[in-house]
Each structure stands twice: as C-alpha cells, then as structure tokens.
Design a protein around this ligand. Sequence first.
Ligand SMILES: *Cc1c(COP(=O)(O)O)cnc(C)c1O
Length: 381
Amino acid sequence: MSEPGGPLPLAQPVLGAREEELVLEVLRSGHLSLGPRLARFEHAFADRVGAVHASAVSSGTAGLHLALRAVGVAPGTEVVTTPFSFVASANVALYEGATPVFADIDPVTLNLDPDAAAAAIGPRTAALLPVHVFGYPADLAALEGHGLPIVEDACEALGGTYADTGERVGSRGHPAVFGFYANKQIATGEGGMVVCASPAQKERIDSERNQGRAPDMGWLDHDRLGFNYRLSDLHCALGIAQLERLDAMLADRARVAALYRQYLGALTDRGLGLPCADGVGGSAARRGWFVFVVQLPSGQDRDATVRALAERGVPAKPYFPAIHLMSYYRERFGYRSGQFPVTEEVSARSLALPFFPAMTEAQVATVVAALTAVLGRVAPT
Ligand SMILES: *Cc1c(COP(=O)(O)O)cnc(C)c1O
C-alpha cells in the first residue's frame, strides 16, 4: 500500500494480514516449492473460473508459451493474433519458431476483429491467439467457426464473462492463460495460470513446466523437452489469499471504473474516448476490470499530456504501443505504419490512468481535474 498522502500510484495491489499469514506458513513449513499450496491454488483457481484443470506457472508469458505448445504450435507454423496487446502475446509464437500473423482490431472492443482474423488465416495457421484486451472478452464464437486450436490470452480478464454465453472467462475449454504480475486482478508478484479442459493438455503443461518430468517426478528420465516454469509455494500461498478477496477486489475495480465514467462524462464532448461499456451489441460480455484506458481527443499531443499530468502529480502511461511497430518487429519482419490502421490510431491515442481497488473518489476526482485542466491546453501535434 502507498503511504496515505504519498504520491498517487498508477496501480497498486491489495495485500494484508491474510497474505502475510499464508506466506509465513510456507516459510515455517520449509516446503518452498512443489509443496501442498501448488495443488491447493490450482484447484481454488479452477473452481473460481469454472475450468476443469489449472496449472500454475511462473508467469503469464510462460503459460502462453506452454499453451501454444500444448495445442500443437510448431516451428514453421503461424499464429494469428492481435498487434494491440502486451508484447508477450506475440513473442511466445517466436519462442517456438512460429510466426505471429497480425490482424487488426475492432475499434469499439479493441479486440481482434473476427473478419480481419479470418482473412489472416492461411494453410500454415496452427492456432488463433485472441487477447481479452483490458479485460473485455474477445469474440470467441466467431473465431471458433474456423475449427482451429485457440489459446486465450486472459492475462487481463480475470472476472470477465464471454459475449455469447455469459460464462466466466476461463471456462470455455480452450487453454486460457491468466497472469499474476503485481498490477493484475490478483497479484503474486510474478506468476500465471493455464486452465484447460483436456487431460492430455494438462499433463503436457505440468510436465513441461517442470523440465519435462513424468508426473511421478522420476529424476532421471526426461522423455521430452521441458522448462523451469514452476511457481513456488510462496507465490501459491499469496495466490490463495488473493483469490479469497477476489470478489471484493473486482467489485472495487468496478466501483472505481464507474466513478471514472461518471466524472469523465463531460470530457467526451471534447473528444475524449472512454472504454466500451459491457454488453456491446447486446451481448452477455462483461469486463473483468484491469486498467482504465482512455482515448485522448485526436490531435492532442500525448507525450505533452503525460508530462503535464505528471507535473500535477498524476501518473499516466501510453498503453499499448502497437507490437508490429516495435523496433524488434519492424526490423525482423519489415512492418511499417499503415498496415493495421485501427490498432495504430487507437494505440496512438490510448492513455492508462491510475486505477486500483483502493482508489478513493477523491483520487478519481484529482485525476479527472488534472486531465480536464490539461486537455486542449497542450499544443496539438
Ligand atoms: C500481463 C500480460 C501478460 C503476461 O505477463 P507476465 O508479466 O508474463 O505475467 C500477457 N499478455 C497480456 C495481454 C498481459 O497483459
């Protein structure tokens, strides 16, 4: 927790006596890894999202990597995904010698546009990797029509529900990956979880996170390539405590988002864009609130806006930069501006505002007052 009266953070986990108690228990038990908290965390998580199986891993990125392997992504294949995401969702294809093939996004939900994804599918496509961006569920029903394996990047979407069924994100049966970095809905410092319905996928993920060992932990014979993507019992203990307070934290995030919506309403007349509301197009989609990202009015200089907000004690961050325009991707694949126009327009205007469960109405009001003062004042580009 930040000190009362201290600087306003961009994100902040909720950690208390219960986290301390469960982590201390692990320390005192001496059983720091592959102990009883691992299965306990996995079972509690699977129950929470309505999944059959869950495998805890060392990060969301590690989980995405293992999930792609588990659905059969191999060297020389392609993975269709979104360029408007955290860079990890594209990098994991590269880890396997596969190529991420980008498709543009829907301007309202900011998720993979199903028609653009369809156009990007080719003979070498081995999987689709939709990202539930900013916690808003991607249109999975449309993507499922292609009959290809799907891996869901649900790292931002704990607490969300699918557009077509209204069921919880993670319950659909495809491997879906959650992340527990310090700013996520539940925070274990570092960590992730892969959920799936297939026992064979679960077995492969469990083995590959642990050096390729057999489930009986035979020491010597590693019959497949593996990694060390294990999550320690200290992290699992934190995760168990965080799951116990998940409903309260999600309700608090929704409370802060509603306050932002109310306070920022007047700025929409000045061209400010707000995150889409739940149920776009009459769907059952519900967002699992993760970040509060606004779209600055077009022409507003974002870097100058960030500096002017910082001068007023308000941190803000451009989020996300488009993956295809990152220098590594430009140099390796020859991407240039103009290839994914919706992503480029959205990512040029996006700004993440301070957002965390303990945020008070007064803090929301401070952020909005600063943004109101700054909008239109910094010279247009
Ligand atoms: C957080 C996040 C990840 C995983 O991040 P890790 O830091 O590896 O846990 C992956 N994809 C998206 C979209 C994310 O936001």
